[in-house]
Design a protein around this ligand. Structure first.
Ligand code: FMN
Length: 152
């Protein structure tokens, strides 16, 4: 691993599941690259690999929810973070409610913000989505910090 990669890995991220509803079908994908981008309006960014099977659908959905996982939600992070695509759309045994603007929100999370897609920017092998926050919800619990050792 080169010095740049070592340095960049010192940036801390949380662990999130991006969920959305497209034509009545629920999608979910684990994501660590989520950041706050603006106070007014309240905007965050989500960076999604262009090769992710749900990427196009997410762009089509235009509304999505960032579910903030807690320390006890490792299995959920792994479930929605499978790279074989088998878990995409797999909400079996996953309890969800609905946010005000229709996104599925995980019962097992410490917080959630529902966003409207307001802009997207091409960023190499990823696309960065800018989501203006429409709604928020919180539950008790500490947010998980991404630790790659838990996902290897
Ligand atoms: C902890 C963790 C963080 C991840 N963060 C991102 C991310 O920020 N952006 C992204 O595009 N994929 C991320 N992934 C990978 C996707 O969750 C994963 O590729 C997707 O759920 C499976 O779809 P696929 O089969 O199309 O790859 C992450 C996975 C894990 C386990």
């Amino acid at each position: 691993m080169d010095e740049i990669e070592k340095a960049i890995r010192k940036i801390r991220n949380g662990v999130f599941v991006i969920t959305f509803n497209l034509d009545g079908k629920h999608y979910g994908m684990t994501s660590a690259w989520v950041n706050r981008a603006s106070f007014k309006p309240n905007i965050l960014t989500v960076s999604i690999g262009k090769n992710r099977k749900g990427c196009e659908e997410l762009l089509d959905a235009e509304v999505f929810c960032v579910n903030i996982l807690g320390n006890e939600h490792l299995e959920i992070a792994r479930h929605f973070g499978s790279t074989d695509g088998k878990n995409l759309n797999n909400f079996k045994d996953i309890e969800v409610k609905e946010m005000e603007d229709g996104s599925p929100v995980l019962e097992n999370c410490v917080g959630a913000v529902e966003c409207k897609l307001v802009k997207k920017i091409d960023a190499g092998d990823h696309v960065v989505l800018f989501g203006e926050i429409l709604n928020g919800a919180i539950q008790d619990g500490e947010s998980m910090i991404f630790d790659r050792n838990e996902f290897s």
